[in-house]
Design a protein around this ligand. Sequence first.
Ligand code: AGP
Length: 596
Amino acid sequence: MCGIVGYAGQRRAQPILIDCLKRLEYRGYDSAGIAVVGKDLQLFKSEGEIAVLEGKMPEMDGGLGIAHTRWATQGKPTTENAHPFADCSNRFAIVHNGIISNFMDLKDKLLADGHVFSSETDTEVFAHLVESEFEGDLLEAVRSAVARVEGTYAFAVVAKDGDGIVATRRESPLVVGLGNGENFIASDVTALLKHTNKMLFIEDGEVVRVTKDSVTVVDAAGNEVRREPHKVAWTLEDAEKGGYPHFMLKEIYEQPSAIHDSLLGRVESLDAEPFFSSGAFSSVKIVACGTSYHAGLVGKYIIEELAKIPTTVQISSEYRYSSAPRENPLIVLVTQSGETLDTMAAAREARRRGNRTVAIANVMGSAITREVDHVIYTRAGPEIGVAATKTFVTQLVALYILAMDLGTQSRTLSALAKRAVIGQLRSLPRAVQDVLNKAPEIEALAKKYHASRDMFFIGRNINYPVALEGALKTKEISYIHGEGFPAGELKHGPLALISKDSPVVAIAVKDHTYGKMLGNISEVSARGSPVIAIGFEGDTELEKYADDVLYIREIPPLFSPVPVVVALQLFSYYLARERGCPIDKPRNIAKTVTVD
Ligand code: AGP
C-alpha cells in the first residue's frame, strides 16, 4: 500500500508533487521518489520519509511528473527498491500501488529478452513491460502491458518525450483531479484538495491519459468512457493539522462535529426514509478488520438490542475463507478507507454467496462502494492519522441508525423506543465534548503510567469490544504491549500475566454487569496490579476498588462505548506522546492495508 501522485500543467511539477505526496504519507513512508519530465527525464529517490527525499533531491525543471511514497511489500525499504522505476532506455518512468502477483514469470521472460533490472521489487517489471510494448502510443503500451499483469495495481507512467501521464488501476484507488490548465492524478482525493475538488474516479480496468488541458478515459477494450466528475465536499482544511501537533489529536477533537454530521438528515423525524431500506433479515453478519472490526463487535450488541436480530461478527480475512452456512444474512462490511483488501475480498465473497451487502465506508467513491448493494457513508471527513479515531465513533453512529432501521422494519422497535434512541444519539456530541474537556486529567494518568511495558484492558458486554479497541490503540501508537479481554475471561488464563508492573484499565460503567466488574477489579488489585477504572460520574464506590478513576457523564449503557472510547483514544495518545513515539505514522503499519 503506497501513495502515488501525478501532475501535468504549466507550473513547476516538482514542488506540487512533493506537497501532494506529503498528504499521502499515511499510506506508507519507508521510501519515496519523484520523476519529472523537462528537457530530460529526471528521476530521484531515497530511503526514508518524504522529508528525506525533499532534503536531498536536486531541482528539477518541467511541468509533468509523477511521485510515490512506499510501504514495502516486495523488496526491502531501500533506495534501490523505491519508486519510480525506469526502463532500460530511461525513456519511461513508472510508479505503482499494489502487488504484481505474476512478477516472477514476467521478470524471467523480460530477463531472457535482455532487460536489465536494478531492484528486488515486483513493480520494476512494469517499466520493462511498457518499454517492450511501446510502439509509439503510451496509452496503448500501458493497455497492452497491464493485460499481461496479474494482481492489484494503480500505475502511473510518464515518458521523456511525452506531454501527459498515463494511468490505470485494478483494485487500487486512482482519482483524477481536474484543474484549470492543469490536471492531477492521485491515490486519494486528500492529496489534491489544495488544488481542486473536482474529481474523476477511475474504475477498474480503465486507462486514463492526463495532459495539462485534457483528460481521456478508455475502458479495457479501448473505447472512450465519458463520466461526470464528482464535486468532493471535503476542504483542504479538513485534511490539514489546523494547529494541532498531530493529526490524531485533531481527529479526536473533531469527534463531536463528526457525530453531529453523521446524524444530520438521518434522524430528523421518526418517519424519515429508512437509512437502509432492505426488507426483513433473519440474521446479520458484520465483516471488517482492525478498529472497524471492533466497531462491528459493538454493532452486534446494538443490533441485537434494538432490532433483536441475531448478529455475528467476523474478521474479513477469516470470513473470506470460511464455508458458507445455510443462512442468508445481511452482510455489513465496515471499512474507513473502503480499500482494505481483505474486506474488499469479503464483499465479493458475500455477493458470490448471494447475500445482500451494505458497506459502512468513509471515503467517497472508494473501491468497496462499487462492490456492494448499498453504501452508508460515515461523514467523518478525511482521517490522516494511521490510528482510527473519529471514523470508529462515526461507524458506531452508522450502526445505531442501521439497527434502528432494521428494528423499525422488523417491528421490534416501538416508536417510543426509537424516539429515545434518537434523543440519545443527539446527546452524544455533548457526552464526547465532556470527555475532551477532561484531557488534562487523562494526560496526567498517561504521565503516571507511560513507562509500563504491558497494559491490560477489560470490559464486559458492549464495552468488551471497547476494551479491545483501547488495547489496539495503545499498542499501535505507544508500542506498549496492550491486550484487551472480556473481564470474565481473566481467570481463564490472562490473570497469570497480571503483576504490579502491568496496569489494568477497567471499563466499569453502571450496567447489568457492574457488580461482576467490581469483582474482576478486586481480582486484579489483589494480585498487585494498579487499576485505572472508567466509570460514571458520582460512582464513588469505584474509588474503593481502583487506584485511579476517570469519570464520564452517565448515559444509558448502550451508548457508553462512544464516550468511553474517546477517553481511551486520548489515553493512548498521551501515552505515545510521553514515550516520544511517531504518533501519526507508527512503525511497520500503514493506514490502508491493500495487501492480504
Ligand atoms: C486502526 O487504528 C488501524 N489503523 C487499523 O486497524 C484499521 O482500522 C484497519 O486496517 C481497517 O481499515 P479500514 O477501516 O480502512 O478497512
